[in-house]
Design a protein around this ligand. Structure first.
Ligand code: GCU
Length: 456
């Protein structure tokens, strides 16, 4: 009884906080939310049917430590499948000994497994994108004058005109630049008007901290912001719309069709196409950054599109850099449920029941290995960021090391988990946990310093 009362109280408090932050949902918005949920449930159910699955296991509960399915944070229980697939052993058992065999034999095997079982395949008929400049301004960002371009990428939709996709991108470069500049591109959330992340108390005698955009400008670089939900909605209801729905002509996905993470990464590649045509941009030095679900998408982008030169993968957790085989924080079953399955291929649902995590043909260390030899910075926060399983991301970064080494690069240099704020920054795989919460914020200076080794 006490437990129920305290749960009601907690929910009540959350409701008050949510209402204070976002305002109460209008009747129209709550109707819209209900209808998105209904369509999502239906899409999820039809995918289970295609897969011939009756039910899936429930995910971990990250909110209630007393729940029977409470998320595990006990390291002694975190590794039920300790043996990882070896990124340097071919399916036929042969060991890869040189770079050519990695590129020609093993990497294609790994990519095929990710395509089929985890993130899904890009369809063959994806139409082209035409970039339109919709606003062109010279403005100040802090103390730096920038040239800002708002662009819309119109996806050709003659084959199915009832779905249109317009990709939202903006690019700012310093006007003082005398040559093409590196650019850091963020896959960005859209926050409701007036929303601010809680900011820690600040010493008012010190100047305002620079935003990540201003920190990039301070290096002499530009920045870009891509809005993933302009490419593909962030829910299952949207799978028959957006770029996935357009290529499927409004029909349901097949089990190995792409999910939202690959669709967002596809959009990032189209932004790269644009950068390659823009004379103010040094397209050989584009970094991709994303946080949380967009940290997953940033890692998928870097893994699949070799034109991206570096990645800042922030708090990406399950479905990102965290090992699927880990029982810590969020687990596979959270991503196979109706709330998150749309990020992945339908086939991934099988690993939340009847199959298990140990049945996956590849794991996340091999997604990191697909980025090799390019520099990748894997990061998380501390307080309130346990859900992303920082240890599981570190273990994946360690296990990707042999591929970087085979390609003549440096790995993390250790398999000992480092202290908070103690970045492992020497190699092409870098790792850093900052002391703040679920945000990339405090790790920006470290990432930019890391990228500067390659960009300057
Ligand atoms: C949830 C989800 C995570 C995701 C996060 C986010 O916590 O479980 O997988 O990364 O949302 O994107 O904010």
């Amino acid at each position: 009884m006490k437990k129920i009362l305290s749960l009601i109280l907690i929910n009540f408090l959350f409701a008050i906080i949510a209402n204070a932050q976002f305002g109460r949902l209008s009747p129209a918005d709550s109707l819209r939310r209900d209808s998105i949920n209904r369509v999502t449930q239906n899409d999820h159910a039809q995918m289970l049917k295609q897969l011939n699955i009756q039910s899936v296991r429930t995910g971990a509960d990250g909110n209630n430590p007393n729940a029977p399915n409470a998320a595990n944070y006990d390291e002694s229980k975190a590794n039920p499948f300790p043996k990882l697939p070896d990124p340097l052993i071919l399916k036929n058992g042969q060991r890869i000994m040189n770079a050519a065999d990695w590129w020609n034999k093993r990497r294609p095997e790994i990519e095929e497994d990710f395509n089929k079982e985890i993130y899904g395949r890009l369809p063959k008929n994806i139409p082209g994108v035409k970039w339109e400049l919709v606003k062109d301004t010279i403005e100040m960002d802090g103390t730096v004058q920038v040239h800002t371009r708002k662009l819309i990428g119109h996806v050709e939709n003659r084959a199915y005109p009832s779905i249109s996709v317009n990709i939202d991108l903006s690019l700012s470069t310093p006007t003082a630049a005398t040559k093409p500049v590196p650019v850091v591109m963020e896959l960005s959330f859209i926050f409701p008007p007036g929303f601010h992340f809680p900011t820690p108390a600040r010493d008012s005698s010190k100047p305002e901290p620079l935003t990540w955009q201003q920190q990039s400008l301070a290096k002499g670089w530009g920045y870009a912001v891509l809005i993933p939900v302009s490419i593909q909605a962030d829910n299952g209801a949207g799978l028959t719309q957006g770029i996935i729905g357009l290529t499927n002509k409004g029909q349901f996905r097949k089990p190995d069709d792409w999910g939202a993470l690959r669709a967002w990464a596809w959009g990032a590649s189209r932004a790269m196409d644009y950068f390659e045509t823009d004379k103010t941009v040094d397209a050989k030095h584009i970094a991709i950054e994303g946080h949380s679900r967009y940290g997953k998408a940033a890692l998928v982008t870097l893994a699949y599109d070799k034109r991206f030169a570096a990645g800042f993968i922030s708090s990406s957790g399950e479905g990102g850099a965290k090992l699927h085989r880990r029982n810590a924080g969020e687990i596979v079953e959270n991503l196979t449920g109706a709330g998150e399955y749309h990020w992945m291929a339908g086939n991934f649902i099988k690993y939340g029941g009847p199959l298990n995590w140990g049945d996956l043909p590849v794991d996340s260390h091999e997604l990191i290995a697909m980025c090799a030899p390019r520099p990748v910075f894997i990061s998380s926060g501390d307080k309130g960021d346990a859900w992303v399983d920082v240890k599981g991301m570190f273990m994946a970064a360690v296990a990707a090391g042999p591929v970087y080494k085979l390609l003549g690069k440096k790995d993390l240099g250790t398999n000992k988990f480092p202290a908070i704020e103690n970045g492992l920054m020497e190699g092409e795989i870098a790792f850093r946990q900052h002391s703040g919460g679920h945000t990339p914020g405090p790790n920006w200076p470290s990432f930019l310093e890391f990228a500067a080794r390659y960009f300057e």
